[in-house]
Design a binder for this molecule. Structure first.
Ligand code: NOJ
Length: 446
């Protein structure tokens, strides 16, 4: 029972969720600055203005990484620091990331850069945002400039983080920035432009740094079988790749992103029947990449019904995390396997974790047994995927520290380190020490 010998262990974060310093060194406003400052959009009006103040406290984040003993860190570079209005280059924007990358390298930690984690410059939102194809071109320009700047220091990139969220929640459900509620063709335009951005970013990064390793970070509700029999397993597989199977979140399917990016076509569904999708565009989106990143949190339970796959309700009292997401460890086996069988590329879990009602106990420590139990269950299933032949390469825990959980603000705590938002100090939770033992033993202790 073991993980592959050269398996990577890491932790993850994203620019807007941790950095703060929203007005420093020429940074432009992003859609999240505007959205979080709009009354009623985030929990108790929380914003990312200060967040974890990582912009001034990266050394503290580094200390946290060293405590974990991880050798890989996934973090974001903010587009609006480098291109404040999306179009005009701001060289000062690199200073912070130069420091981050150099300190990581000096400490033997490999940087994995996410090029887009939802923080579109507000100026571009004002010219149509993701409804405008130019946004894709400009994001690719940023990607190329970053890869050029860090050539020789950064060699792993993710293009988009979860278009399922920044389009699905941002432009369809309206829960995330910029808070729009589109349907039909306008929504499809957003989706298609995001897909084009992915393809163009791959091209731009490859051109700037031909030796870079490039992937993407996809999410979507996974599907696991109710029972481990062939019919239910097949039903889960087919539901997982059926666009529209999850009616309340139509864009939350893995293949809405992975099919065009890796197979060169959209899922078969009337939503995608549109003249705006051309063969040239599909070719542009379909660029060779090196790995798939999966952000895995929870899955639907599916069974083979009379007339095809059906969702099974979670039973009363089903275990859930603090944010009320169901705990479904089997997704780390089944969903990873389904993805690998369909797309045949190495897989990294680029996010996995949970929010807990963490607090510092009277002894000053954060006893988060729920997190340890959750991770142990999920990681065992991930290991099982590897043992069954899936090419699993690594695991990035979400998140290194507690941070700004988008519209949930600071109400949700996903970190291995507890952030005291009064003092901005980071305190290792019990899970941090536990994760260190997993990293040290390459999961032998699970
Ligand atoms: C997905 C996102 O990439 C990340 O930003 C978010 O905080 C986590 N999942 C938890 O919701």
């Amino acid at each position: 029972m073991s993980f592959p010998k050269d398996f990577l262990w890491g932790a993850a974060s994203a620019a807007y969720q941790i950095e703060g310093a929203v007005d420093e060194d020429g940074r432009g406003k992003t859609v999240w600055d505007v959205f979080s400052h709009t009354p009623g959009k985030t929990f108790e009006g929380h914003t990312g203005d200060i967040a974890c103040d990582s912009y001034h406290r990266f050394e503290d984040d580094l200390a946290a990484l060293l405590t974990l003993g991880v050798k890989h860190y996934r973090f974001g570079i903010s587009w609006a620091r480098i291109y404040p209005d999306g179009r005009t280059l701001n060289e000062h924007g690199f200073a912070y990331y130069d420091k981050v990358v150099d300190l990581l390298l000096q400490n033997g930690i490999t940087p994995w850069v996410t090029l887009f984690h939802w923080d579109t410059p507000q100026a571009l939102e004002e010219t149509g945002g993701w409804q405008n194809r130019e946004t894709a071109t400009l994001l690719a320009q940023f990607a190329g400039v970053v890869a050029e700047h860090f050539r020789g220091r950064v060699s792993h990139y993710f293009t988009l983080n979860e278009p399922q969220c920044f389009i699905g929640l941002g432009y369809e459900a309206g829960w995330h920035a910029p808070g729009k509620a589109l349907t039909g063709e306008p929504l499809l335009a957003c989706w298609h432009n995001a897909m084009l951005a992915h393809g163009m970013m791959v091209q731009a990064v490859r051109k700037a740094d031909p030796s870079a390793q490039i992937g993407l970070a996809s999410c979507g509700l996974g599907c696991i079988p109710e029972n481990e029999n062939e019919a239910d397993i097949e039903a889960a597989r087919s539901a997982m790749f059926s666009f529209g199977m999850h009616p309340e979140f139509s864009l939350f399917s893995q293949n809405a992103f992975l099919d065009p990016a890796l197979l060169g076509h959209y899922p078969e569904h009337p939503f995608f029947d549109s003249p705006i999708i051309t063969a040239e565009d599909l070719a542009l989106i379909h660029q060779p990449i090196d790995f798939i990143g999966l952000n895995f949190y929870n899955a639907y339970i599916v069974r083979a019904g009379e007339s095809g796959p059906e969702h099974v309700s979670f039973h009363r009292g089903y275990p859930r995390t603090a944010i009320r997401w169901p705990i479904t460890p089997a997704m780390m086996y089944y969903c990873t396997k389904f993805v690998y069988e369909r797309y045949a590329l190495p897989v990294y879990i680029t996010e996995n974790g949970l929010s807990c009602n963490d607090k510092r106990y009277l002894d000053g420590k954060v006893h988060d047994l729920d997190r340890i139990d959750f991770l142990q269950r999920y990681l065992r299933e991930y290991r099982r995927a590897g043992e069954s032949g899936v090419d699993i390469r690594g695991y990035f825990h979400w998140s290194l520290t507690d941070n700004f959980e988008w519209s949930n603000g600071y109400e949700e705590r996903f970190g291995l380190f507890y952030v005291d938002y009064e003092t901005l100090e980071r305190h290792p939770k019990d899970s941090a020490f536990w994760y260190r033992s997993v990293v040290e033993s390459n999961g032998e202790n699970l």
